[in-house]
Design a protein around this ligand. Sequence first.
Ligand code: HEM
Ligand code: NAG
Ligand code: NAG
Ligand code: NAG
Ligand code: NAG
Ligand code: NAG
Length: 325
Amino acid sequence: MKYSSKFSWFPCFCILFCSLFVSSQLDYKFYDDSCPNLTKLVRYGVWSAMANETRMAASILRLHFHDCLVNGCEGSVLLDDTSTTKGEKNAFANRNSARGFEVIDAIKANVEKACPAMVSCADILTLAAREAVYLTGGQFYAVPLGRRDGLSSSDSAANEQLPSPLEPLENITAKFTSKGLDMKDVVVLSGAHTIGFAQCFTFKTRLFNFGGSGKPDPALDTSFLQNLQVTCPNQDDSDTKLAALDTTSDKFDNYYYKNLINNSGLLQSDQALMGDNRTAAAVMYYSKYPFLFWRDFGASMVKMANIGVLTGQNGQIRKNCRAVN
Ligand code: HEM
Ligand SMILES: *[C@@H]1O[C@H](CO)[C@@H](O)[C@H](O)[C@H]1NC(C)=O
Ligand SMILES: *[C@@H]1O[C@H](CO)[C@@H](O)[C@H](O)[C@H]1NC(C)=O
Ligand SMILES: *[C@@H]1O[C@H](CO)[C@@H](O)[C@H](O)[C@H]1NC(C)=O
Ligand SMILES: *[C@@H]1O[C@H](CO)[C@@H](O)[C@H](O)[C@H]1NC(C)=O
Ligand SMILES: *[C@@H]1O[C@H](CO)[C@@H](O)[C@H](O)[C@H]1NC(C)=O
């Protein structure tokens, strides 16, 4: 009796163990049968949003980063607040800053028409970010799929886990390594700032009163500083004005790194990559070899897109990206 009850547990254990193992794997062909046109639909959605506003590519890429870094790539950044919960959209780094939600909604609506209740919002955002990189001139990277959508979103988790442009490289790196990324990924993924814009308040202390010195950040190139002081005058009503994150802010090239070498990184956290021996060598390298940046960027994006994914029976396939079913 004792023996047979032990024995009967064995297959159960195996099924549980094996299914955990299998379900933790994402798959490049996950939707090949269930939604063969998925890539086309996502590409069209990103393309048409960019046709209206080029910057949207950057906004979507950032949204994917913010999704993945906070409790994993499970679409939680897309959830609206409810009457009882405050989600990631309301966190400091996202409020009045994260954008592109309507684009993901539009793509999701088209995908639901073609393949109802099959494709997660987390996968749509992952693919949309990849298309954003590709359509702005970066490398196409294959990304495995099969993510499922999370059931909750927390503003305090986002406040703790998202990096701030004002914190030191050490702290930013710690936030990445806690997610299984490393310092090389910090340098490579920061290269996403080769597209898009930042609001003046995210870097204004560098222009007028750096670290309470009453002077600009000495790590800022003089003519770059003068231009920024015109864009972002030292008064509160300039806080939401925009400055380009690199000199070619609609092209996925390696000018981000070239600009850092010229002391023309926009955010303090960008220029900090040149101020540390452990990262400066990689900045120099990518400034010289755009193809190697593209290659490494794709690899780091796939790594980032694997953070904390839900698979198998976990989570759900949301009908509407803004709310759990
Ligand atoms: C390393 C730490 C990082 C910090 C501190 C940081 C910080 C910021 C800040 C402050 C902005 C401007 C937001 C605003 O003004 O509203 C921004 C924009 C942006 N970030 Fe990052 N970021 C980091 C890493 C990343 C990564 C890893 C990615 C993607 C892989 C990314 C993609 C972007 C993009 C594309 C934009 C422009 C968005 C737009 O124009 O709408 N960033 N980032
Ligand atoms: C995929 O798109 C093509 C047109 O591009 C269409 O003819 C076909 O029916 C679509 N397939 C599915 C499964 O939706
Ligand atoms: C087009 O872009 C503008 C911002 O440049 C935005 O206000 C508008 O809602 C967008 N229109 C569509 C249809 O996405
Ligand atoms: C950086 O991290 C350390 C250790 O966690 C913390 O004490 C410090 O306040 C952080 N600095 C900033 C500017 O966030
Ligand atoms: C870097 O600075 C040099 C000298 O000021 C300038 O000629 C060059 O165009 C700059 N390069 C970039 C990418 O900004
Ligand atoms: C970084 O390199 C510079 C010059 O190559 C050197 O003077 C400095 O001591 C180094 N700093 C660290 C922390 O290794």
